[in-house]
Write a protein that binds this ligand. Structure first.
Ligand SMILES: *[C@@H]1O[C@H](CO)[C@@H](O)[C@H](O)[C@H]1NC(C)=O
Ligand SMILES: CC(=O)N[C@H]1CO[C@H](CO)[C@@H](O)[C@@H]1O
Length: 318
């Protein structure tokens, strides 16, 4: 197993046989993340003034400093290795060691058919991979609703203003983002997937309420070759969107083919982790840092703070 790439999740996915799927880096439980500590009426009188003060003295977080720097720099070398990701990848490596130890325990428990022990191990694995306090059912529900990464209103707004002439999405999976972008932003989205990893879960393709509500039913079969196919003329002027690509050469191939097919149309929207994380390969991040320039980026909520997904808008360099 490849330790460097998405190792923690791959090990966890292999072990969490109940709910395995192609993408196991699901978003976290939205309501939990959105909850803010309530401010009692007693506190509220002084909090606003302090908040105003902090606005002046509070240091910017290191990720913002990192990305601000690249927005004004010509070189983009190092862009896709940001501070919180690098720190997180170190923690992930430690998680992997713990998961490997648990793998051996799980194999032993399976041999002796010790169901209670197997369940206990499964819970410990889940806690390491996704954080404690979330159930497999919650993860599954969020996977169905959002796909591998959770969208936010802000993310949808940024995509809508970066992609006024529509979108071609590659590796769209079940098309949750595509569907949401059409519904919420009236964007024209053509979505493709090579279908090698679908279905994520056979239950997806039953006419469940979830499926009808969240998945696009018109994801077309296609890979990087669509940019030179009969579709090519329909793709002109669109922004390229890639969300949570796997670590195969897929993302790089699509980005390359898009740029080559239509030199004047130069907008790439990427959602995922950076170099060394769960998505893409080194060649993909090399290509971004050499041929593209950062326009906008925001962080996205992630499952139990164990993921480091961001949304990026890049412009092709002249
Ligand atoms: C299909 O795409 C996935 C990534 O989404 C990739 O891992 C796989 O190699 C591709 N399969 C083929 C046959 O190109
Ligand atoms: C070559 C190409 O696809 N050009 C298109 C780029 O996008 C503009 C709109 O922003 C279109 O008008 C061009 O046809």
């Amino acid at each position: 197993m490849n330790l460097r790439n998405r190792g923690t999740r791959a090990v966890a996915a292999a072990l969490l046989t109940l709910h395995t799927s192609y993408c196991v880096n699901e978003p976290s439980n939205a309501p939990k993340l959105m909850e803010k500590e309530s401010i009692s009426s007693k506190q509220s009188s002084w909090i606003p003034s302090f908040a105003g003060l902090w606005g002046y003295v509070w240091p910017k977080d290191s990720d913002s400093v990192h990305f601000d720097k690249f927005m004004s720099l010509e070189t983009q070398e190092g862009l896709m290795s940001w501070p919180s990701l690098q720190k997180g990848l170190k923690n992930r490596a430690l998680d992997e060691i713990a998961l490997r130890a648990l793998t051996n325990e799980a194999i032993e428990a399976a041999k002796t058919k010790d169901i209670a022990k197997m369940n206990a191990i499964r819970d410990r694995i889940s806690a390491i991979a996704y954080g404690s306090g979330t159930t497999p059912e919650e993860r599954q529900a969020h996977l169905e609703k959002f796909g591998c990464v959770m969208y936010t209103d802000e993310a949808l707004d940024i995509i809508a203003s970066a992609a006024k002439n529509g979108i071609v999405e590659m590796g769209a999976g079940n098309g949750q983002w595509a569907k949401k972008l059409r519904q919420a932003k009236e964007l024209d989205v053509l979505a493709f997937d090579n279908m090698s990893a679908l279905p994520l879960n056979p239950a997806f393709f039953q006419n469940t309420r979830l499926n009808m509500e969240f998945c696009a039913t018109d994801v077309m079969k296609g890979d990087h070759r669509v940019f030179t196919s009969q579709f090519a003329s329909k793709l002109q002027g669109r922004a390229l969107l890639i969300i949570f690509p796997d670590p195969s050469p897929m993302a790089k191939r699509c980005l390359e083919a898009y740029a080559k097919a239509s030199p004047e149309n130069d907008t790439f929207i990427y959602v995922g982790e950076g170099r060394g994380g769960a998505n893409g390969d080194d060649a993909f991040f090399d290509l971004i840092e050499v041929s593209w320039h950062l326009e906008t980026t925001i962080s996205l909520p992630s499952f139990s703070k164990k993921g480091y997904e961001r949304l990026f808008v890049f412009k092709q360099r002249q």
